[in-house]
Design a protein around this ligand. Structure first.
Ligand code: TPP
Length: 286
């Protein structure tokens, strides 16, 4: 079902607030993985504010949906979501990646409530998600497992081993989302290690694939609901995004995989994010 106008606006406002919080958290930390956090924040927003069946007052609730941030380097994008949802104290964001803080650069599930997996070593999240999906089936639970991967991360062979497993076991309760921002740490994916034809690769592994604009809530909602209904094939959502989305000097620029900003640059980021938010709202009508 398409999202209602009010719902889209609510998500737009939340994503805007979170984009600012990512820049704040990077400022408190001194630096962080900003590019991939800004490409992924719309996906984190729609999952955490629309679809995930979770309860921040009971982070270990057995029936909860699971979320695995396989591109675990964007803790700087995920911690603001967990804080805003009430899993962790908002003040703790000021300690993100500081020595002795519970919020390390790559978040640790033993220290961070609401985290279903400790990630950061790329290629591990989808195998974990498969295990969680099969566990749910074995235990006759109805929860779903969402896994967000980076596209550069798909250079890891273990991603494709897990993909084979998900298709083989028809683990349709595992929903794979790839942040297809076309960039990785040191270049563009097609220059470093070609992924195209990416859709066909996932299809040939046995997935139903939805290739969408990963910054469009309506398209994200349609793809996620398609995945919920797919009974014969697991779904992979290829979310086409921009690294550094919303800030002009970072947009689509792999050089902002990781960065820190002086006061002037922070102001520039915030001004651009405000403009970007207004543009997104202008494109909406009731
Ligand atoms: C196994 C492993 N190798 C290398 C790294 C270092 N590393 C961190 S992020 C990154 C690039 C990942 O690119 P992508 O998945 O496209 O992330 P995004 O652009 O969405 O941030 C690399 C190589 C790592 N975290 N894990």
């Amino acid at each position: 079902m398409p999202l209602a106008y009010e719902e889209v606006i609510k998500l737009e406002k939340k994503a805007h607030q979170l984009r600012h919080l990512i820049i704040d958290t990077i400022t408190w930390a001194g630096s962080g993985h900003v590019g991939g956090a800004l490409s992924a924040i719309d996906m984190l927003t729609i999952l955490y504010y629309k679809y995930l069946n979770i309860d921040p007052s009971q982070p270990d609730w057995e029936e909860r949906d699971r979320f695995v941030l396989s591109k675990g380097h964007i803790g700087v994008g995920f911690a603001p979501v967990l804080a805003d949802k009430g899993f962790i104290d908002k003040e703790s964001l000021k300690t993100y990646n500081h020595t002795g803080s519970d919020l390390g650069m790559h978040l640790n599930m033993l220290k961070v409530p609401g985290l279903d997996a400790s990630t950061g070593s790329l290629g591990h999240g989808l195998p974990l998600a498969l295990g969680m999906g099969l566990g749910a089936r074995y235990l006759k639970k109805t929860y779903k497992v969402y896994c967000l991967l980076g596209d550069g991360e798909c250079n890891e062979g273990s991603v494709w081993e897990a993909a084979m497993g998900i298709a083989h076991y028809q683990a349709t309760n595992v929903i794979t989302i790839v942040d297809r921002n076309q960039c990785m740490i040191d270049g563009r994916t097609e220059d470093i290690m070609k992924l195209e034809p990416f859709t066909h690769k996932w299809e040939s592994f046995g997935f139903a694939v939805k290739s969408i604009d990963g910054h469009d809530f309506q398209q994200l909602a349609e793809a996620i609901e398609f995945a919920h209904q797919s009974e014969d094939k697991p779904t992979c959502i290829i979310a086409n995004t921009f690294k550094g989305n919303g800030v002009k000097f970072m947009q689509d620029n792999y050089k902002y995989h990781y960065a820190g900003f002086d006061d002037q640059k922070v102001k520039e980021c915030k001004k651009d994010l405000d403009e970007y938010h207004s543009q997104r709202l202008q494109g909406r009508s009731e």
